[in-house]
Design a protein around this ligand. Structure first.
Ligand code: AMP
Length: 214
């Protein structure tokens, strides 16, 4: 199965994708993570993407489409994958659809995690990433201040530049303008499911699994 996890920044796509990837045994492909690795490793793509990402802008479609084509043609994606953060524009959705047709893939499901913008701002300003292990946490769930609950690294929890409030609001504007029309496109091109992303993580996950069974 090819699952597209769709929804505004901070709605919990990454969290659900990681859980689903373990359960469904298909890889989690996060374009945001791939780009952040590219920035870290100072690749050509990373150098082009960094400023845009820090400002909460989208990376150009042609770069993203080449990236996804290269990723989907890897052997680990032959039995399916979970796409997290792609497609984010109609142009990306059209190219992905074309790619799926070329690869004779028809079992595509788009899962929309919904949320309101005020809750998203609250969540993202409380979000911290561990620069050591890369895991993401909510400040309220961290017991020892500034100690990563997964790898125990100290002073490694950081606020992503694009999780500052003004940048978050800009990312949400871009989502509403450029990304949300992708959902309407998919209503005509694949099976779609909508789930309230603000419910507790386990509940969201149970609802997703139940809808996928149907
Ligand atoms: P994310 O971790 O999914 O929120 O992505 C972080 C940033 O990476 C976004 O704000 C964009 O700058 C960039 N990005 C990730 N995926 C895409 C995409 N499909 N199209 C354009 N830019 C993207």
């Amino acid at each position: 199965m090819y699952l597209i996890l769709f929804g505004s920044p901070g709605v919990g796509k990454g969290t659900q994708a990681k859980i689903l990837s373990n359960i469904l045994k298909i890889p989690h492909i996060s374009t945001g993570d791939i780009l952040r690795d590219s920035v870290k490793n100072q690749t050509e793509l990373g150098l082009q993407a960094k400023k845009l990402m820090d400002a909460g802008e989208l990376v150009p479609d042609d770069l993203m489409i080449s990236l996804i084509k290269e990723t989907l043609s890897k052997p680990e994606c032959v039995n399916g994958c979970i796409l997290d953060g792609f497609p984010r524009t109609i142009a990306q959705a059209v190219e992905l659809n074309r790619l799926f047709s070329e690869l004779k893939i028809s079992n595509v499901v788009l899962l929309h995690l919904t949320a309101n913008n005020d809750e998203i701002v609250r969540r993202l300003t409380n979000r911290r990433a561990c620069k050591q292990c890369g895991n993401i946490f909510n400040l309220n769930d961290i017991k020892e201040p500034n100690v990563c609950p997964v790898c125990n690294a100290t002073d490694s929890l950081i606020l992503r530049k694009d999780d500052k409030e003004d940048v978050i609001r800009h990312r949400l504007e871009i989502f509403d303008k450029l990304t949300s029309p992708v959902f309407d496109y998919y209503r005509e091109h694949a099976k779609t499911i909508q789930i309230n992303g603000l419910l507790p993580i386990e509940e969201v996950n149970n609802l997703i699994l139940a809808s996928l069974k149907n």
